[in-house]
Design a protein around this ligand. Structure first.
Ligand code: ADP
Ligand code: MG
Length: 643
């Protein structure tokens, strides 16, 4: 089976190149065997002496690849083959092939600049152009000058590898021909109104008229995916007799790992599998058996909103390159079909490539990283793609607001600590402030919740009243102090329950994701150890348990304010608020405990745009706190605005 992978046919050639070249760019289509086989080739050609790091932009991919390769090599996961992702380590000192998120490798690089624990570094999925992979390329280019025995392989699933080659002074580009069968593509004659409905109808049409073969559908996000899965599961019962069974499975990053793994399992008997996925299944995960692809034409993309001073997740049209990748998934094992749920004209209007993340996202984390690494001239650094001057300036400003940089733009002691916590700078600022104030115990509960996606789930409309009723006591107990305090009330109650049955049952009643909640506890432990390790000499006794609830809650919000100064808004007449930073109108999201409360000013940790701008995770704030915590922010903002 494994011998049939395209990459195995050129193994000897590749090994020769890897021996000769210190830097190689390897291009091969998804499914050709890059991520699973290349590290094994390297290990075999060195008789098992090399130590190999393979980066992945996504934690799901890092975990799944490690599992798969451990299986292929018949070893126990965590021994010879392992993984390290944020908040989870399954590797040891003897691990020879380690899959890790790009963020974890960056962290290792910052803590141990020479990366001398590895002999080969493989940057996988380089075509995704995440900020962190881009940054790693810059750092590695410099590191290769001093570490003469280090090998670098940059792997990509798309053809435009020239840019990588040029960046690495003309490094050789190798191409692996994938197996490719013809894929027939279909466009719609007119645009769809309802993507969920269109996906369901297309799936049923394929299922009732096309020969066997699994279906892979791409939609932008979890909500639509869950809706399609639910609708299909409802319809499956009423399918005409004689049709094979249809098994619908979701696939997105926030799904519990156990459920993610289901998409790889063969369904026994006369059944057809349909997987409804985000663009996670585009290049980083390979699912065999797929013959039909449904392409919804959109994806969620993190975009920096200059007007709001925030990163937000927007649903956007894909690029032509994404569309080609998606279509390719149908022709891996036999001829296939691809149904694009958009018109040919719309396709013609798509951009050819997505812009790299560094061009559209907040760059405060990379800038802080560079500062920590001792780079003084961040504009002139070795960027694979330099962010715009405006983006760099805005990041420097943010870091200054967070007190990570001083007046001269140098990294502060606080900034150094922020840079090595595995959190975005603003959450690190919150946690470090809490530690200093001696209330880290309380704030850790909340920061851990904010690090986990989809913890609090949206109940189905017909269950909403019932669920809200169950949640109410926790909201009342917050004394109007907002959603962060409510979150902590949930965590504390969860912790007070003794058996896992009780915990599960309680989560179910309140529509809290049980898996996610148990992750919160793990994340908390990890963060606590990072925090203690980073602040060994500044011992302070935690007083969270001793303070009265109202004083504690106030202090918690003040800590959050140090990280979220820019996410504050003042009340206008009516229910609307106006952001202090950008002067934009914003509303409290209906799911918030602050929805019908009237307060002068709010702070929020999340911004969401649907039909209008919404603030989520909202807390009431006192303007005086803002003045105390961030006078440098306020004076800058109010000078030119109309307050
Ligand atoms: P690439 O990185 O080139 O996209 P991979 O090395 O990830 O390719 O996968 C190569 C092949 O290995 C896939 O086509 C698939 O057949 C198989 N494979 C990879 N991961 C799994 C898995 N978790 N379960 C089953 N098969 C897998
Ligand atoms: Mg791969």
């Amino acid at each position: 089976m494994m011998q049939r992978l395209p990459i195995c046919e050129v193994q000897t050639d590749l090994e020769k190149k890897f021996t000769k070249n210190r830097i190689t760019i390897l291009v091969g289509e998804t499914g050709s065997g890059k991520s699973t086989q290349i590290p094994q080739f390297i290990l075999r050609m060195s008789n098992g002496t090399e130590k190999i790091a393979v980066t992945q932009p996504r934690r799901v991919a890092a975990i799944n690849l490690a599992k798969r390769v451990a299986e292929e090599t018949k070893t126990t996961l965590g021994q010879d083959v392992g993984y390290t992702v944020r908040f989870q380590n399954m590797s040891g000192p003897n691990t020879k092939i380690k899959y890790l998120t790009d963020g974890m490798l960056l962290r290792e690089l910052l803590l141990r600049t020479s990366l001398d624990q590895y002999t080969t570094i493989i940057l996988d999925e380089a075509h995704e152009r995440t900020i962190i992979t881009d940054l790693l390329m810059g750092f590695l280019k410099t590191l290769l000058q001093t570490r003469v025995n280090l090998r670098l392989i940059v792997m990509s699933a798309t053809l435009d590898a020239d840019r990588f080659s040029r960046f690495f002074d003309g490094a050789e580009v190798l191409y692996v021909q994938g197996r490719r069968f013809p894929v027939q593509r279909y466009f719609l004659s007119k645009p769809v109104e309802d993507i969920v409905d269109a996906t369901v109808r297309t799936a049923i049409q394929i299922h009732s008229s096309e020969p066997m073969g699994d279906i892979l559908a791409f939609l932008a996000g979890q909500e639509d995916i869950d809706k399609v899965v639910d609708t299909l599961n409802d319809m499956i019962r009423s399918l005409p007799v004689g049709l094979p069974e249809l098994v619908a499975l979701p696939l997105y990053a926030a799904l519990p790992p156990q459920q993610q793994l289901k998409v790889f399992e063969k369904v026994p008997g006369n059944k057809r599998k349909i997987i409804i996925a985000t663009n996670i299944a585009e290049t980083s995960l390979t699912i065999s058996g797929v013959r039909y692809v449904i392409d919804g034409g959109t994806q969620k993309v993190k975009v920096w909103r200059h007007d709001l001073g925030l990163d937000s997740l927007l649903t956007m049209p894909i690029s032509k390159s994404n569309a080609a990748q998606r279509m390719g998934r149908a022709g891996r094992e036999a001829a296939g079909k691809c149904y694009r749920l958009y018109t040919e004209t719309d396709y013609g209007g798509l951009r050819s490539q997505m812009e790299p993340e560094v061009e559209r996202c907040d760059v405060s984390f990379p800038i802080l990283t560079l500062k920590l690494a001792g780079v003084t001239d961040v504009l002139g650094w070795n960027w694979l793609e330099r962010p715009s001057k405006a983006a760099i300036m805005s990041a420097l400003m943010q870091l200054y607001t967070l007190k990570a940089l001083d007046d001269e733009g140098k990294i502060t002691e606080l900034g150094k600590k922020m840079a090595v916590l595995p959190l975005p700078p603003h959450l690190s600022a919150v946690l470090l402030d809490a530690y200093q104030k001696g209330i880290a115990d309380a704030v850790l509960d909340i920061v851990s919740c904010l690090s986990i996606e989809n913890l609090i789930m949206n109940p189905h409309p017909d269950k909403r009243d019932e669920v809200n009723g169950k949640r109410l006591p926790f909201i009342t107990a917050s004394g109007g102090m907002g959603d962060l305090v409510v979150l902590r009330n949930y965590v504390q109650h969860y912790r007070s329950l003794l058996s896992s049955e009780e915990k599960k049952e309680w989560c179910k009643e309140l529509h809290i994701n049980y898996r996610a909640m148990s992750n919160v506890e793990d994340v908390r432990k990890q963060l606590e150890s990072y925090l203690k390790a980073g602040s060994a000499n500044s011992k302070s006794e935690d007083k969270s348990a001793k303070l009265g609830p109202s004083i504690l809650n106030e202090q918690i919000i003040q800590c959050f304010l140090t990280g979220f100064v820019s996410n504050t808004a003042l009340r206008l007449p009516g229910k609307t608020y106006r952001t202090i930073a950008g002067g934009q109108n914003i509303n409290v999201h209906p799911s918030s405990s602050m929805f019908d409360k009237k307060v002068d000013a709010i702070m929020y940790t999340e911004y969401m745009f649907t039909t209008k701008a919404y603030a989520r995770n909202v807390s009431p704030i006192d303007l005086q706190w803002l003045q105390q915590i961030a006078p440098h922010f306020l004076s800058r903002r109010t000078a030119g605005s109309d307050y």
